[in-house]
Design a protein around this ligand. Structure first.
Ligand SMILES: [Zn+2]
Length: 414
């Protein structure tokens, strides 16, 4: 918790390629040196997007003076609206089928994607994955029909006033129309107004901009193994985060836990036989470009990264591990009783993360650390993802089980 607190104090805003990210990289290098790790950085080139001022989104009814603001925030990598803003009729779609059914009516309109996350799914990441396609692909699907902008219901199971941002992915075949998230409370209000009377217009204005790609360091710290230093066990998190809040859970927690796991092993005076390497990536949120760059870098030539474990699901109560392929899972499953003694409820085959995924192509066994997911999307990508939303005991329990897993791998290999 102390490491997370220091990172967030020194670098509360860490968009890829921003000055805040640079500050975070410096703070983590300092932290790693304090832990006695050998540190270095590796270059990455990342998208560079600047949010600008707050987004404006206003419902305009047919009566004069009938205006009501909505809570909105531009999606990451969105294009801006014209400087004076834009005004157009708004149409609601809960699915891409409903969007298609709008046909010609969508031309010149603002499309409001109102697809709530499915709260009947126990695994909230699968509910997120289903709903996130409207945030990533919605703008291009709407632009294909001639729409001028999109608003997307925030991806959270709660009803709140905080817009939850995230990346929009434009299809080069269609115009890049402006895209923003609206809070779930605003989405409910907008939907209710559309049901009450369909003649509703929206006025939208945001002034974000896409800049040329910029350089951002991948931050690395290594504890060399005593017997097989050339065999590496990698622990990963992503140091970039959305700018609406300080990204305490996403993924400040994952970065802090990797370093905290090292601290725990040092305090216990353990000496890993293989090397433990912490890697903090500078671009997960814009599409994980840094993970691909790291795996493909010439610096990987001759390196043996046996296993890579990523923590990118928040600092909540530990419950499981996703462990590599079916073959590596069989080898790792023997450690399940030890993990159970540390509070882990299950291990299952399959695991990885956006940043470490590309290492699997080089033969690395990729693994995910999995905490309880029930509250993650309450704060995810929003102004609510603050230090106060992190429970100190839960994040520390997560660091402990990651330390256990890292040490087992360092001693036993895979
Ligand atoms: Zn993340």
């Amino acid at each position: 918790m102390a490491i997370l607190t220091r990172i967030l104090e020194l670098a509360p805003r860490r968009l890829p390629g921003s000055p805040g990210y640079e500050e975070a990289a410096r703070a983590c290098l300092e932290e790693m040196r304090r832990l006695g790790l050998r540190t270095w950085t590796e270059p990455a080139v990342v998208p560079h997007w600047v949010r600008g001022g707050p987004a404006e989104a206003v419902m305009i009814g047919p009566m004069s003076g009938d205006r009501r603001p909505l809570e909105a925030a531009a999606l990451g990598l969105s294009e801006p609206t014209p400087p004076e803003g834009l005004e157009a009729p708004v149409l609601e779609a809960r699915s891409f089928e409903e969007l298609s059914a709008l046909g010609e009516r969508a031309r010149g309109a603002i499309i409001f994607f109102n697809h709530p996350m499915d709260r009947t799914k126990m695994e909230t990441f699968s509910a997120y994955g289903e709903a996130a396609i409207f945030r990533t692909r919605g703008a291009s699907e709407a632009a294909r029909l001639g729409a001028v902008a999109v608003l997307v219901r925030s991806l959270t199971l709660r009803l709140d006033n905080a817009p939850h941002t995230g990346m929009v992915a434009y299809d080069p075949a269609h115009p890049r129309i402006p895209a923003a998230a609206v809070s779930t409370a605003s989405a409910e209000a907008l939907s209710a107004r559309l049901k009450a009377g369909p003649v509703l217009r929206l006025r939208l204005r945001w002034d974000c901009r896409n800049e040329p790609p910029s350089k951002a360091p991948i931050v690395v710290g290594q504890w060399d193994g005593t017997e097989r230093p050339g065999e590496i066990i990698l622990m990963a998190g992503h140091l970039d985060s959305w700018d609406l809040g300080p990204g305490a859970h996403d993924d400040g927690a994952g970065c802090a836990q990797a370093m905290e796991a090292i601290r725990i092993l040092k305090v216990l005076d353990l000496k890993p036989r293989r090397s433990l390497r912490v890697v903090l990536y500078p671009d997960e949120e814009y599409g994980a470009s840094a993970g691909r760059a790291y795996a493909a870098s010439t610096a990987r030539k001759g390196e043996t990264i046996l296993a890579a474990m990523e923590s990118d699901r928040g600092g909540f109560l530990p419950i499981g591990f996703g462990l590599g392929s079916a073959e590596s899972f069989a080898k790792l499953k023997v450690w399940e009783p030890l993990l159970r003694a540390c509070g882990i409820e299950w291990v299952r085959p399959g695991g990885g993360g956006s940043d470490i995924g590309p290492l699997a192509e080089r033969g690395t066994v990729t693994m995910s650390y999995i905490p309880d997911s029930q509250r993650y999307f309450d704060v995810h990508h929003s102004a609510l993802d603050v230090l106060a939303s992190v429970h100190p005991r839960e994040i520390e329990l997560g660091a402990i089980v990651q330390a256990v897993m890292a040490y087992v791998l360092a001693q036993e290999g895979i």
